[in-house]
Design a protein around this ligand. Structure first.
Ligand SMILES: Nc1ncnc2c1ncn2[C@@H]1O[C@H](COP(=O)(O)OP(=O)(O)OP(=O)(O)O)[C@@H](O)[C@H]1O
Ligand SMILES: [Mg+2]
Ligand SMILES: [Zn+2]
Length: 258
């Protein structure tokens, strides 16, 4: 069990004396910290990205787009909720540029600094969860899995387009994105696919994996559909990240030959 707070001894209240000598009970500062910790736990941020911060996202000596993305993210958090007027963000770029790091750290900063109710979901995992919980009564599915996704003040949807596109996937994603848009809720998305129109005809055989799709040059238009892409342009600012894969750097450091 956590150690009891030394100010309120775990009661959550402490007695203060006003200027006129009146004594009254006030909420102890530890309660705010408890609420923040609970929100952080409920946000579902993957362990690898818990504790990643905007401060630990290094921009010095990196591509100008990395520097711009970090500044944008800081401004976004500082001015939330009024600065962006409900507008979200799509971080676009190839693997290892820190898109998930940035998205997770924006969400954590918003929870800590602005006490938002936030939720992190990997695109593929969310779709699987919806599929598995699918109930013939749409209302039941919505209550169970979708409602929190619709209602979270800030939603991170990581790796948009990583699931093989099907009509069901497109319908589900458009349901989510449209519901959030109609409720003026902020959504932060990341994707490996270039923000360009569809290049592959719908009849072409779709490769199963996102990696194969990327290799054959599929675009965001191919993976989420043109209608959804244009909807995202209405509701989000697009930031394109460029530069070197930071993950390779990590691996190189780990496996450097003796
Ligand atoms: N600019 C940076 N400063 C510090 N660490 C970084 C930076 N960019 C990436 N990293 C680290 O590199 C690793 C890979 O980053 P991350 O997973 O966020 O990349 P990604 O763009 O989401 O890649 P993918 O498209 O494969 O999901 C993480 O451990 C992350 O913390
Ligand atoms: Mg990622
Ligand atoms: Zn206390």
């Amino acid at each position: 069990m956590a150690e009891a707070c030394s100010i309120c001894e775990g009661t959550g209240l402490h007695v203060v004396t006003g200027e006129n000598g009146d004594r009254f009970a006030q909420e102890c500062s530890c309660q705010l910290q408890l609420r923040i910790n609970r929100k952080l736990e409920r946000a579902g941020i993957p362990a690898r990205f818990r504790g990643k911060s905007l401060e630990s996202y290094k921009a010095e000596g990196k591509h100008a787009s990395i520097f711009a993305a970090k500044n944008f993210a800081k401004r976004f958090v500082d001015t939330y909720p009024f600065g962006m007027k409900g507008i979200g963000v799509v971080l676009v770029g190839s693997s290892g540029l820190g898109k998930t790091h940035l998205a997770a750290s924006m969400l954590q900063a918003l929870i800590v600094e602005k006490q938002v109710r936030g939720l992190f979901f990997d695109y593929q995992e969310l779709l699987k969860l919806i599929q598995n919980s699918y109930n013939p009564s749409v209302a039941a599915t919505e209550l169970g899995v979708l409602q929190p996704v619709f209602e979270a003040e800030v939603l991170v949807l990581d790796d948009l387009g990583s699931t093989r596109p099907t009509d069901w996937v497109w319908d589900t994603v458009s349901h989510i994105v449209n519901s959030r848009y109609n409720r003026d809720r902020t959504t932060i998305l990341t994707t490996n696919f270039a923000d360009e129109p569809a290049v592959w005809s719908e009849s072409a055989a779709q490769p199963a994996g996102a990696f194969a799709a990327m290799r054959r040059g599929e675009t965001l238009g191919d993976r989420i559909g043109e209608r959804m892409r244009s909807r995202l342009h209405e509701m989000c600012e697009f930031l394109v990240l460029e530069g070197e894969d930071q993950r390779q750097g990590e691996y190189r450091a780990q496996f450097r030959p003796l």
